[in-house]
Design a protein around this ligand. Structure first.
Ligand code: CP
Ligand code: NVA
Length: 309
């Protein structure tokens, strides 16, 4: 079993993982040998702080080991096929996380791997992030169903797509606020995927081109970088101009619910996707969110290895 797109997952699986993640966080000592003699391979084609550290520290906490492997130093895709990389790696390690540029390469890796593969941020998904974020929202709000999550900014985006799947699975209401421009709009097929999931869960998805309309009464206001890792630096000024009306400011937070929380998967730039007073203010839960990457990913790994009891 792999963790690729959340669209292929069921609500019960996410619920079980979150429940266990909360337990692991409360009693880490009970899990200190849960990954004994197990090895995680972490393949990176893009930079990372949180993903690398949280997976590696998480494995250490459970008595396992993690190997950092940069595509820069590897023959992957140049002198060696993804097929051979997957087959070879499966002979050494128990589980793989891959941060590759293209989701099709992650799928190829998974198809040829004999061990579970997790997409750790491709062009289409960031499922580990979103399961961890759902855990954080549940911790803060007590439950997920029926909550409104507003996402503002660049919505043609990996994190947005996994959020669309994740909120739909959990019966949440997602409102996106983004420019009326296909560069920043979710792709039609991704909207269709979320709507298909929502049919069974009572979730809704709305797209607005006005930040305050999207944020109205939201329980969670979420944003992500306007300059995702794959976007060339020379696009920054133009993107900033177009996305500025969707910046999360205190004015935007005022129209959300009184007890709304602010989230950003990080890395963040103050003065870009949010103002400094929001991310450093009392409603921000971004560092709890970052911490939970480790706890929920530990639960995800145990689940994928069939060790979640
Ligand atoms: N949120 C997240 O995935 O952060 P990194 O890019 O630092 O891993
Ligand atoms: N959308 C961002 C997420 C970073 C964790 C990116 O792709 O860089």
């Amino acid at each position: 079993m792999h963790l690729l797109s959340l669209k292929d997952w069921k609500p019960g699986q996410i619920k079980d993982i979150i429940e266990k993640a909360i337990e692991i966080k409360a009693k880490p000592e009970d899990y200190k040998t849960a990954m004994k003699d197990r090895t995680l391979l972490m393949i990176f084609e893009k930079p990372s702080l949180r993903t690398r550290l949280s997976f590696e520290a998480g494995m250490t906490k459970m008595g396992g080991h993690a190997i950092f492997y940069s595509v820069k130093d590897s023959p992957l895709g140049k002198k060696e096929t993804i097929h051979d990389t997957a087959k070879t790696s499966s002979r050494y390690v128990d589980i793989i996380m891959a941060r590759l540029l293209k989701f099709k390469d992650v799928k190829d890796l998974a198809k040829n791997s004999d061990v579970p593969v997790m997409d750790a941020l491709s062009d289409e998904n960031h499922p580990c992030q979103i399961i961890c974020d759902l855990m954080t929202v549940q911790e803060k709000k007590g439950s997920l169903k029926g909550l409104k999550l507003c996402y503002l900014g660049d919505a043609e985006n990996n994190v947005t797509y996994s959020l669309m799947h994740g909120t739909a699975l959990m019966g949440m209401h997602m409102a996106i606020g983004c420019p009326d421009d296909k560069t920043f709009m979710p792709k039609k097929e991704k909207i269709a995927e979320a709507e298909e999931i929502a049919k069974a869960t009572g979730a809704t998805l709305k797209i607005h081109h006005d930040a305050k309309a999207a944020a109205k009464d939201a329980d969670v206001v979420y944003t992500d970088s306007w300059m995702s890792y794959h976007i060339p630096a020379e696009q920054m000024e133009e993107r900033k101009k177009q996305l500025m009306p969707f910046q999360v400011s205190t004015d935007v937070m005022k129209v959300a619910a009184k007890d709304a929380v602010f989230m950003n998967c990080l890395p963040a730039m103050r003065g870009m996707e949010q103002t400094a007073d929001v991310i450093d203010g009392p409603q921000s839960i971004v560092f709890d969110q970052a911490e939970n990457r480790m706890w929920a990913q530990n639960s995800i790994m145990l689940y994928l290895l069939g060790k979640l009891t």
